[in-house]
Design a protein around this ligand. Structure first.
Ligand code: HEC
Length: 265
Protein backbone atom coordinates (compact mmCIF):
# COMPACT_ATOMS: atom_id res chain seq x y z
CA UNK A 1 0.00 0.00 0.00
CA UNK A 2 1.17 3.51 -0.78
CA UNK A 3 2.05 5.67 2.14
CA UNK A 4 0.36 9.13 2.29
CA UNK A 5 2.17 11.12 4.95
CA UNK A 6 0.87 14.47 3.65
CA UNK A 7 -2.57 13.68 5.01
CA UNK A 8 -1.16 14.16 8.47
CA UNK A 9 -0.49 17.84 7.91
CA UNK A 10 -4.09 19.13 7.92
CA UNK A 11 -4.84 16.92 10.92
CA UNK A 12 -1.96 18.47 12.86
CA UNK A 13 -3.02 21.96 11.87
CA UNK A 14 -6.54 21.32 13.07
CA UNK A 15 -5.30 19.84 16.34
CA UNK A 16 -3.07 22.78 17.28
CA UNK A 17 -4.19 25.89 15.40
CA UNK A 18 -2.98 28.31 18.08
CA UNK A 19 0.64 27.21 17.62
CA UNK A 20 0.66 28.46 14.06
CA UNK A 21 0.97 32.06 13.06
CA UNK A 22 -2.19 33.08 11.24
CA UNK A 23 -1.60 35.16 8.15
CA UNK A 24 -4.23 37.91 8.22
CA UNK A 25 -6.56 38.09 5.20
CA UNK A 26 -6.88 41.20 3.04
CA UNK A 27 -9.11 43.96 4.48
CA UNK A 28 -11.91 43.00 2.03
CA UNK A 29 -11.83 39.35 3.16
CA UNK A 30 -11.58 40.36 6.81
CA UNK A 31 -14.69 42.52 6.42
CA UNK A 32 -16.50 39.63 4.73
CA UNK A 33 -15.50 37.20 7.50
CA UNK A 34 -16.54 39.57 10.31
CA UNK A 35 -19.76 40.55 8.52
CA UNK A 36 -19.56 44.25 9.39
CA UNK A 37 -17.90 47.38 8.04
CA UNK A 38 -14.92 48.75 10.01
CA UNK A 39 -15.80 51.35 12.66
CA UNK A 40 -14.15 54.67 13.50
CA UNK A 41 -11.78 54.98 16.46
CA UNK A 42 -9.99 58.14 17.57
CA UNK A 43 -6.68 57.88 19.42
CA UNK A 44 -3.79 60.07 20.51
CA UNK A 45 -1.27 59.01 17.85
CA UNK A 46 1.88 58.18 19.87
CA UNK A 47 4.27 58.38 16.92
CA UNK A 48 3.32 62.07 16.46
CA UNK A 49 2.79 62.93 20.15
CA UNK A 50 6.32 63.66 21.30
CA UNK A 51 7.80 66.63 23.12
CA UNK A 52 4.57 67.18 25.09
CA UNK A 53 2.28 67.33 22.01
CA UNK A 54 -1.02 65.41 21.85
CA UNK A 55 -2.04 64.70 18.26
CA UNK A 56 -5.42 63.01 17.70
CA UNK A 57 -6.07 60.88 14.62
CA UNK A 58 -9.09 58.83 13.57
CA UNK A 59 -8.79 55.41 11.98
CA UNK A 60 -11.19 52.74 10.74
CA UNK A 61 -10.93 49.21 12.09
CA UNK A 62 -12.25 46.39 14.26
CA UNK A 63 -12.02 45.70 17.99
CA UNK A 64 -9.04 43.36 18.25
CA UNK A 65 -11.06 40.85 20.31
CA UNK A 66 -13.37 40.34 17.29
CA UNK A 67 -10.41 39.65 15.00
CA UNK A 68 -8.68 37.34 17.48
CA UNK A 69 -11.90 35.41 18.14
CA UNK A 70 -12.28 34.83 14.41
CA UNK A 71 -8.65 33.89 13.77
CA UNK A 72 -7.39 32.22 16.96
CA UNK A 73 -10.71 30.94 18.33
CA UNK A 74 -12.47 32.50 21.37
CA UNK A 75 -10.29 30.55 23.81
CA UNK A 76 -7.36 32.99 23.66
CA UNK A 77 -9.02 35.20 26.30
CA UNK A 78 -8.77 32.43 28.92
CA UNK A 79 -5.03 32.01 28.59
CA UNK A 80 -3.41 34.14 31.32
CA UNK A 81 0.37 34.11 31.05
CA UNK A 82 0.23 33.83 27.25
CA UNK A 83 0.97 36.53 24.72
CA UNK A 84 -0.45 37.62 21.39
CA UNK A 85 2.32 38.03 18.85
CA UNK A 86 1.92 40.60 16.07
CA UNK A 87 4.49 40.15 13.30
CA UNK A 88 5.04 42.96 10.81
CA UNK A 89 6.24 42.92 7.21
CA UNK A 90 9.48 44.70 8.19
CA UNK A 91 10.42 42.09 10.84
CA UNK A 92 9.10 44.10 13.78
CA UNK A 93 7.45 41.86 16.41
CA UNK A 94 5.17 42.94 19.28
CA UNK A 95 4.38 40.42 22.02
CA UNK A 96 1.52 41.65 24.17
CA UNK A 97 0.27 39.79 27.28
CA UNK A 98 -3.28 38.48 26.87
CA UNK A 99 -4.28 40.24 30.12
CA UNK A 100 -3.64 43.65 28.56
CA UNK A 101 -6.47 43.15 26.07
CA UNK A 102 -8.92 42.56 28.92
CA UNK A 103 -7.81 45.80 30.59
CA UNK A 104 -7.63 48.17 27.60
CA UNK A 105 -9.46 48.51 24.29
CA UNK A 106 -7.35 47.85 21.19
CA UNK A 107 -8.37 48.01 17.53
CA UNK A 108 -6.85 46.54 14.41
CA UNK A 109 -7.20 49.42 11.95
CA UNK A 110 -6.86 49.38 8.17
CA UNK A 111 -7.44 52.95 6.97
CA UNK A 112 -7.61 56.59 8.04
CA UNK A 113 -11.19 57.68 8.68
CA UNK A 114 -10.84 60.79 6.49
CA UNK A 115 -9.70 58.67 3.54
CA UNK A 116 -6.22 60.18 3.48
CA UNK A 117 -3.22 57.96 2.87
CA UNK A 118 -2.71 55.18 5.48
CA UNK A 119 0.75 56.39 6.55
CA UNK A 120 2.26 58.07 9.58
CA UNK A 121 5.43 60.05 10.25
CA UNK A 122 7.67 58.42 12.86
CA UNK A 123 10.02 61.24 13.91
CA UNK A 124 11.43 59.15 16.81
CA UNK A 125 12.90 56.85 14.15
CA UNK A 126 13.66 59.64 11.64
CA UNK A 127 11.11 58.17 9.24
CA UNK A 128 8.43 59.97 7.25
CA UNK A 129 5.23 58.70 5.64
CA UNK A 130 5.71 55.14 6.90
CA UNK A 131 3.07 52.81 5.37
CA UNK A 132 0.82 51.40 8.12
CA UNK A 133 -0.95 48.68 6.12
CA UNK A 134 -2.09 46.03 5.88
CA UNK A 135 -2.99 46.46 9.57
CA UNK A 136 -2.05 48.68 12.49
CA UNK A 137 -2.78 47.94 16.16
CA UNK A 138 -3.99 51.06 18.03
CA UNK A 139 -5.23 51.56 21.59
CA UNK A 140 -7.97 53.74 23.05
CA UNK A 141 -5.51 55.89 24.98
CA UNK A 142 -8.06 58.68 25.32
CA UNK A 143 -10.03 56.43 27.70
CA UNK A 144 -6.76 55.21 29.28
CA UNK A 145 -4.13 58.03 29.36
CA UNK A 146 -1.71 55.77 31.29
CA UNK A 147 -1.06 54.05 27.94
CA UNK A 148 0.72 57.22 26.75
CA UNK A 149 3.77 56.28 28.85
CA UNK A 150 4.60 53.46 26.40
CA UNK A 151 4.94 55.71 23.36
CA UNK A 152 4.63 53.70 20.14
CA UNK A 153 5.56 50.42 21.83
CA UNK A 154 2.59 48.08 21.60
CA UNK A 155 1.42 49.87 18.42
CA UNK A 156 2.85 47.60 15.71
CA UNK A 157 2.16 48.67 12.13
CA UNK A 158 2.46 46.71 8.85
CA UNK A 159 1.00 43.78 10.81
CA UNK A 160 0.65 40.70 8.61
CA UNK A 161 0.50 37.76 11.07
CA UNK A 162 -0.90 37.06 14.51
CA UNK A 163 -0.33 34.12 16.85
CA UNK A 164 -0.93 33.01 20.44
CA UNK A 165 2.41 32.28 22.13
CA UNK A 166 3.84 31.15 25.45
CA UNK A 167 6.02 33.77 27.13
CA UNK A 168 9.62 33.00 26.24
CA UNK A 169 12.02 31.24 28.61
CA UNK A 170 14.84 33.14 26.84
CA UNK A 171 14.08 36.26 28.90
CA UNK A 172 14.36 34.65 32.34
CA UNK A 173 16.51 31.52 31.94
CA UNK A 174 17.20 29.32 34.98
CA UNK A 175 20.86 30.43 34.92
CA UNK A 176 19.90 34.10 35.49
CA UNK A 177 19.77 35.32 39.11
CA UNK A 178 16.17 35.86 40.29
CA UNK A 179 14.59 39.31 40.53
CA UNK A 180 14.83 40.54 36.91
CA UNK A 181 11.14 40.09 36.01
CA UNK A 182 10.40 43.81 35.64
CA UNK A 183 13.54 44.42 33.57
CA UNK A 184 12.77 41.49 31.27
CA UNK A 185 9.29 42.95 30.71
CA UNK A 186 10.87 46.33 29.84
CA UNK A 187 13.16 44.65 27.30
CA UNK A 188 10.24 42.77 25.77
CA UNK A 189 8.15 45.93 25.53
CA UNK A 190 10.76 48.38 24.25
CA UNK A 191 13.67 46.47 22.66
CA UNK A 192 12.83 42.96 21.49
CA UNK A 193 10.42 44.23 18.84
CA UNK A 194 13.52 44.82 16.72
CA UNK A 195 16.40 43.13 18.56
CA UNK A 196 16.89 39.69 20.10
CA UNK A 197 18.23 38.01 23.20
CA UNK A 198 19.71 34.60 22.49
CA UNK A 199 17.62 34.03 19.37
CA UNK A 200 14.31 35.35 20.75
CA UNK A 201 12.75 38.59 19.50
CA UNK A 202 12.24 40.60 16.34
CA UNK A 203 13.96 40.48 12.98
CA UNK A 204 14.15 44.18 12.17
CA UNK A 205 17.70 44.53 13.60
CA UNK A 206 18.36 41.02 14.99
CA UNK A 207 21.48 41.68 17.09
CA UNK A 208 21.83 39.78 20.38
CA UNK A 209 21.46 42.40 23.13
CA UNK A 210 22.76 39.91 25.73
CA UNK A 211 26.08 40.13 23.82
CA UNK A 212 26.08 43.84 22.86
CA UNK A 213 25.16 45.11 26.36
CA UNK A 214 28.31 43.51 27.78
CA UNK A 215 30.48 45.40 25.24
CA UNK A 216 29.04 48.88 25.92
CA UNK A 217 29.89 50.99 29.00
CA UNK A 218 27.22 52.64 31.16
CA UNK A 219 27.44 56.27 29.94
CA UNK A 220 27.52 55.21 26.26
CA UNK A 221 24.53 52.94 26.86
CA UNK A 222 22.54 55.77 28.50
CA UNK A 223 23.28 58.25 25.68
CA UNK A 224 22.27 55.68 23.07
CA UNK A 225 18.96 54.59 24.66
CA UNK A 226 17.83 58.09 25.67
CA UNK A 227 18.74 59.91 22.46
CA UNK A 228 20.11 57.71 19.68
CA UNK A 229 19.70 60.47 17.06
CA UNK A 230 22.15 62.66 19.00
CA UNK A 231 24.76 59.88 18.82
CA UNK A 232 24.01 58.86 15.23
CA UNK A 233 21.95 61.42 13.29
CA UNK A 234 19.27 59.87 11.11
CA UNK A 235 19.31 56.49 12.89
CA UNK A 236 16.18 54.30 12.80
CA UNK A 237 16.71 53.33 16.46
CA UNK A 238 13.94 55.03 18.53
CA UNK A 239 14.68 56.59 21.95
CA UNK A 240 12.95 55.24 25.05
CA UNK A 241 9.66 57.22 24.92
CA UNK A 242 9.87 60.70 26.46
CA UNK A 243 6.50 59.94 28.07
CA UNK A 244 8.01 57.04 30.09
CA UNK A 245 8.41 58.05 33.75
CA UNK A 246 11.96 57.49 35.08
CA UNK A 247 13.37 56.63 31.68
CA UNK A 248 16.99 57.14 32.85
CA UNK A 249 16.44 54.50 35.54
CA UNK A 250 14.72 52.22 33.02
CA UNK A 251 17.72 52.49 30.67
CA UNK A 252 20.11 51.62 33.51
CA UNK A 253 17.97 48.67 34.60
CA UNK A 254 17.93 47.35 31.04
CA UNK A 255 21.72 47.52 30.96
CA UNK A 256 22.06 45.70 34.31
CA UNK A 257 19.65 43.00 33.19
CA UNK A 258 21.18 42.43 29.75
CA UNK A 259 24.70 42.33 31.21
CA UNK A 260 23.56 39.72 33.75
CA UNK A 261 21.72 37.63 31.15
CA UNK A 262 23.85 34.60 30.20
CA UNK A 263 24.67 34.31 26.49
CA UNK A 264 23.59 31.10 24.77
CA UNK A 265 23.16 30.00 21.15
C1 HEC B 1 12.15 50.02 16.02
C2 HEC B 1 13.29 49.16 16.13
C3 HEC B 1 14.19 49.27 17.34
C4 HEC B 1 13.86 49.21 18.67
C5 HEC B 1 12.47 49.08 19.26
C6 HEC B 1 15.10 49.29 19.41
N1 HEC B 1 16.14 49.40 18.55
FE1 HEC B 1 18.13 49.34 19.04
N2 HEC B 1 18.61 49.59 17.09
C7 HEC B 1 17.72 49.67 16.04
C8 HEC B 1 18.45 49.93 14.84
C9 HEC B 1 17.82 50.12 13.46
C10 HEC B 1 19.80 49.99 15.19
C11 HEC B 1 20.98 50.31 14.27
C12 HEC B 1 21.21 51.77 14.44
C13 HEC B 1 22.11 52.40 13.45
O1 HEC B 1 23.21 51.87 13.20
O2 HEC B 1 21.71 53.45 12.94
C14 HEC B 1 19.89 49.75 16.62
C15 HEC B 1 21.06 49.70 17.35
C16 HEC B 1 21.15 49.35 18.69
C17 HEC B 1 22.37 49.16 19.43
C18 HEC B 1 23.77 49.35 18.89
C19 HEC B 1 24.20 48.11 18.21
C20 HEC B 1 25.60 48.22 17.71
O3 HEC B 1 26.10 47.18 17.33
O4 HEC B 1 26.18 49.31 17.71
C21 HEC B 1 22.05 48.85 20.71
C22 HEC B 1 22.98 48.54 21.87
C23 HEC B 1 20.60 48.86 20.78
N3 HEC B 1 20.09 49.17 19.53
C24 HEC B 1 19.88 48.63 21.92
C25 HEC B 1 18.50 48.77 22.02
C26 HEC B 1 17.76 48.65 23.25
C27 HEC B 1 18.37 48.35 24.61
C28 HEC B 1 16.47 48.85 22.95
C29 HEC B 1 15.30 48.93 23.89
C30 HEC B 1 15.31 49.99 24.85
C31 HEC B 1 16.37 49.07 21.50
N4 HEC B 1 17.63 49.03 20.99
C32 HEC B 1 15.18 49.26 20.79
C33 HEC B 1 16.36 49.51 16.11
C34 HEC B 1 15.63 49.39 17.28
Amino acid sequence: MRCRPLLLVPALLAAAPALWAQVLPTPALLQASLGAPPQPVTVIEPHLSIGGKRVRLSYLGYPIAQVLNAHLGPDWQNKPGKEIEFRALDGYVSRIPVERFAKHRAYLVLARQDGSEFVVDNPGQNEKRVPLGPYYLVWDNIAAPELLADGGSGWPYQVAQIALRNSSAALLPARLAPGFEAQAALAQKFCLNCHQVNGFGGDKMPINLAVRAKQIDGPTWQRWLLNPSAVKPGTAMPPLPDTLPEREAAARQLHDYLRALPVSD
